[in-house]
Design a protein around this ligand. Sequence first.
Ligand code: UDP
Length: 334
Amino acid sequence: MRTSRFLITGGAGFIGSHVADALIARGDRAVVVDNLSTGRLSNIRHLLNHPRFQFVRANITDEIVMDRLASTSDVILHFAAAVGVQLIVRDPVHTIETNIMGTEAILKAALRYRCRVLLASTSEVYGKGVKIPFSEEDDLLLGGTQKSRWAYGASKMIDEFLGLAYQRQYDLDVVVFRLFNTVGPRQRGRYGMVVPRFIRQALAGEPITVYGDGSQTRCFCDVRDAAEALIRLAASPGATGGVYNVGNDQEVSINQLARRVRVLTGSSSPIVHISYSEAYGKGFEDMQRRVPDLSRIQALVGWRSTRTLDEILIAVRDHEQPLPDRLKVESAPS
Ligand code: UDP
């Protein structure tokens, strides 16, 4: 089989850049298109001179660029989106417009050249569902439209509907995957993500900020494991028209996470609790538990995440503060 030609939208972002790494390592060709709004050149700088890698700085709504890129691609992995709860609450207009118009542009370009499309969705679409674990056939229960948090899940639901409609109506080869909390090196805490925030706070000796009472749980999947899942889905003909959860099913409370971060960074940061309204503004709703049912993806492509929470936290710690810096801190006089 010849080398597959992948186009990764949002490929300078946290998850997309890890997928690009994995594709290049496998011998595929990867073109990244990113407008560098939240993506960063530093995430892909090490790939820039690779003969099978190309970076194009553009908006995915630029029809001329996207048409050209789609015309030379076999598979489009569509990650470009507004992400991060904090960003969404702060700028809901941008979130809704980017996510819906961007996906529409990708599907239209893909249709012209019959590219396979893998659409990134999110566990956020399960919203306030309480039936644990969340499986792909479940009803989706979002909060009211007055609460901007839900704009993200709702915009991704429209993306899913649109992608699946292109599949059914136009026979376009579309696969939807729902990413649960995905963490690892290169993720930024700026938009609210808890793991990089806690690690940075702990390394800086600042208070570790747990929102709410910290009893809420999440399951954290290593981004390199998630990248492997997506590449397997991309290579599986049986995935067409399906929706797949991608994540880890080991649950941890945010209080436990904060304690583990403190231990693994050797930090003496205090763990403090902050109300949701203080953290996100009035009327914010969090979900208490979020656990994926992974049986569907496991049955189709035999994938399971392999890295433990400690392995992930250590990788993020080492990324945030490489060893020589850590030694300097450890040996500094107190
Ligand atoms: N969280 C926290 N402190 C922070 C950032 C987040 O306690 O500094 C909590 C957040 O309220 C949520 C969980 O950690 O309950 C995971 O948050 P994140 O934004 O990483 O992802 P989410 O699951 O909310 O999409």
